[in-house]
Design a binder for this molecule. Structure first.
Ligand code: SF4
Length: 201
């Protein structure tokens, strides 16, 4: 089984799509290789592109504060994006860019084998649910739902929620976003008491 380090090294040399020409830094992902939770956003923004790390701008600050509020420690988490290079001016990812880059995300998920995948926003929700053969019906209808799927014989859950950037733009969504993260914290809290996902569903 390949490691996160192997995948990162490959990403850092990638020229599979044109975004490698316009990015400042690749943003492969950051966190614990044995994380219980993987957060997946859409693509690096300006600050992420500058630093080569995911979720370090204002949306990342909001995510970190929300995780802390519900006791989710950063060392339990791995954070990445569907795209590992920033689209110019933060435009939406093109289909060909997603197709070129998405295998890295799937390989990261297979390498980490988390208990929970939290999809931040519609792009990551569509791609991650699609990988597991689940249909994404839109962020409004699927937000906060747990999708139970199997990953190499292990039961895991996927939960779509809003992207933190959407919360900055529409602060009225903050309560539901926090409710979603709280639900994830509850699952992880129970798992840390040595129970398994089979006990909850
Ligand atoms: S966005 Fe992904 S596929 Fe495109 S160059 Fe960057 S790492 Fe490679």
């Amino acid at each position: 089984m390949e490691s996160i380090k192997d995948i990162t090294n490959e990403i850092l040399k990638c020229k599979r799509c044109k975004l490698h020409l316009t990015k400042t830094n690749y943003v492969p992902g950051d966190g614990n290789e044995n994380a219980r939770i993987v957060f997946v956003g859409e693509a690096p923004g300006r600050e992420e592109d500058k630093q080569g790390k995911p979720f370090v701008g204002s949306a990342g600050k909001l995510l970190n504060e929300t995780l802390l509020k519900f006791g989710i420690r950063r060392e339990r988490v791995f954070i990445t994006n569907v795209l590992k290079c920033r689209p110019p001016n933060n435009r939406d990812p093109l289909n060909e860019e997603i197709e070129a880059c998405i295998p890295y995300l799937y390989r990261q998920i297979m390498a980490i084998k988390p208990d929970v995948i939290v999809c931040l926003g519609r792009h990551s929700s569509k791609q991650v649910l699609g990988f597991f053969g689940e249909k994404f019906r839109g962020i409004t209808s699927d937000r906060g739902k747990f999708f139970e799927v199997m990953l190499n014989g292990k039961k895991i859950v996927i939960m779509p929620t809003y992207h933190p950037a959407a919360i900055l733009y529409k602060p009225q969504l903050k309560d539901v976003f926090e409710d979603d993260i709280k639900k994830v914290a509850e699952i992880i809290g129970k798992l840390e008491k040595k129970r398994t996902l089979f006990d909850f569903f």
